[in-house]
Each structure stands twice: as C-alpha cells, then as structure tokens.
Ligand binder design. Structure first.
Ligand code: SF4
Length: 351
C-alpha cells in the first residue's frame, strides 16, 4: 500500500520515493490551505501555548484535524526544539512518527547512518535511494534553471522562484506531475522580457508566513533575486552521492554554513540589500545579530506571526527600505561598474 509520508522539514526525500511512498511537506500543505489559521486555532484549542511559532501549531493542527498522512518523518535534530515538542504531541495522539536527525557537526558518517536508518524504517535501501538521486537530477537541474532565470535573466519573479524551489521538498506529491509543471513554466518564462526593477533583494530565513509578501515587494519596484532557504530546499548541489548532498545542504547545520552561502549569493547575484525574515517565537531571531555583524549589506529584519496578508507597519518598513536602496543606487551609480554592486556606508544598519 502506498503511504502518505508527512515531513516537517526537508529530509532525504529520495528515501521516501525509493520506498514507493508519497512525500507530503506539511509546511506546504498548511500554508497553501485557503484558511491556514484554522489549524493554528485547532492547536491552541488543544492546549498549544500562544507564544509558540505559528508553523509548529499549524503543522500540529493540520495533522490532527485532517489525518492527511499515514506517518510523519520528523527532524529531531537540525530544526528546533519546538519541532521536537510537536513530534511528542503527535506521538501522544497516536500519530506514527519516524525520527530523523541531521548531525550538528556535519559529520558525514553520522549522517550516512541516519539515512540508512531512515531507509530501513521505510522498508527500502540506501542503494534504491541512491538511484533516485540520479532519477531526480534532470528535475533538480530544471529548478536550478528557474533560479538562474530569476537572478541572471530577470524573467522569473521572486514569488515564482519561491513557489517552485519550496515545492522541491516533496515535488507536490508527484515527481512526474511536478516536472511537467516545471517544463511548462520554463517554456513560458523563457519567452518573457526581463522584470524592470530598481533594487535587487536577497531574502534570507525561513519562507514567509504572509501570502502577499513577494507581490508587495515587486509592486515597490524591487526584485527578489535570491531566496536563501528555498534554494537550499531544491538541493542545487553537484555531488552524485546522497549523503554528500545532504551534507552540502546548509539549513540544519547552524548559521555559519548559511553565511558562506549567503555571501556567495551577495557577490554573484549583485544584491543591493537583504530582507531577513524571522518567525515570531523562533530561536532563529537571535541569529539576526550574527547576520548584521558579518554581512556587508543593508538588512531589513521582518517578523511574521500569523498567516495572511502583510500588516500596514511591515508594508511601510519594506517601502522605506526599498526607497533607501533606490536612493543609494542613484548616489553610487556614477562610480558603479555593475548595477547593484556597491559598498554601503551604513553596513548592517536597519531602518
Ligand atoms: S520557524 Fe523557527 S520555531 Fe518555527 S518551526 Fe521553523 S525553526 Fe522552529
């Protein structure tokens, strides 16, 4: 029987596919629901505290109220302590859970063991999962092409980039169907003219909980040409080995591998500024001070809490940030060899 396997974050999805199961990224199902807040209300009514991340409550409410998956693979290391408590509350409600851990020290042998254990738990093997790495490569290459068309050709919007790269965690439940969708999109995107924008923005942090974030940014005349974590979810790495791929993946291993990845993007994609999204009640908010210390670009830090549209204050802050970047670019334009590459005098300062 084909099982629907829920995931709480990106895991080696090749193992799920090798087992003949359907991966379901619970985050994607939660946030694309017409009324995602209902899952948060469900969790709060079940006893979840108000001051817990909306994603965790949303995932709990989704699984418990819809029973949309047969089992859940949960990250018990490499995500956050709230996810750990989520797992425990699912287990106590008789939801079958398979734990998976990314070793914090990025130890290859430990990760190899974890992937093997996952394969055993799903009644498949490392070699079958390895074959899926090769089968998925053409699709992963197409996702990298969507990313390239975003930052280099400027014909893909930040929101489209976000949607396709985020979907790579579970391929929307069907690799074949998703690949056809990607093919159709690529054909359309290649025939477009470039987006006209006065600021090139990098987005760092977990995907936004708001439903109009990218649309609003682009209405202000800016183009999001780097979605940090979404790009990581698409596994744009060269290694043919399944373990090496998930060692290259930065998300589970703390802030420092992320910094290296973000710095490379700042330079390659000629970013003018960064928007750091943080989720209310998430430990990753603390990492903002590291980004401000280490990254040589203006940073706007935003905090989201509930699903839905942007609030007025956040819109004002985004608007002022983009306006500041636009002015800087105008001031620096005479001395700039390449649009977007300038060293700001107010490095790391927020508005
Ligand atoms: S946003 Fe933060 S607190 Fe919420 S699930 Fe992700 S890592 Fe955990």
């Amino acid at each position: 029987m084909t099982r629907r396997v829920g995931i709480t974050s990106t895991i080696p999805v090749e193992v799920v596919l090798a087992a003949g199961d359907v991966p379901v990224d619970l985050n994607n199902v939660f946030i694309s629901d017409p009324d995602p807040s209902r899952f948060i209300r469900y969790a709060e009514e079940a006893g979840y505290p108000r001051n817990i991340c909306g994603w965790v409550k949303g995932l709990f409410g989704l699984v418990m109220s819809t029973r949309c998956v047969d089992t859940v693979i949960a990250l018990t290391q490499g995500d956050c302590s709230s996810t750990l408590a989520l797992v425990e509350t699912l287990m106590v409600n008789d939801v079958p859970v398979i734990p998976f851990e990314y070793p914090f020290a990025r130890d290859r042998d430990v990760l190899h063991l974890q992937v093997e254990k996952l394969a055993r738990a799903l009644d498949t093997s490392m070699s079958a999962a390895q074959q899926w790495v090769e089968k998925l490569q053409p699709l992963r290459d197409k996702l990298s092409e969507i990313d390239r068309l975003t930052w280099r050709e400027g014909v893909v919007s930040g929101g489209e980039n976000d949607a396709f790269l985020t979907s790579a965690s579970d391929f929307e439940g069907s690799v074949q169907r998703f690949e056809r969708k990607v093919d159709d999109f690529l054909a359309r995107a290649r025939s477009r003219g470039p987006i006209s924008a006065e600021a090139r923005i990098g987005y760092i942090g977990v995907p936004p909980i708001w439903n109009d974030f990218y649309e609003f940014i682009e209405l202000q005349g800016a183009h999001v040409v780097f979605n940090e974590m979404q790009r990581q979810f698409s596994m744009p790495f060269d290694s043919p080995d399944i373990v090496d791929r998930y060692i290259a993946y930065t998300y589970p291993y703390g802030v420092f591998p992320r910094l290296v990845d973000i710095e490379a993007a700042i330079s390659e994609r000629a970013l003018d500024g960064l928007i750091h999204y943080t989720q209310s009640f998430c430990f990753r908010q603390i990492e903002d001070l590291i980004f401000r210390k280490k990254l040589l670009l203006p940073i706007l830090t935003l905090e989201g809490d509930q699903p839905g549209p942007l609030d007025g204050r956040t819109k004002l802050r985004i608007n002022a940030f983009i306006e500041m970047i636009r002015k800087k670019r105008t001031e620096c334009s005479t001395s700039l060899p390449v649009q977007g590459q300038w060293l700001p005098s107010n490095t790391g300062k927020d508005l």
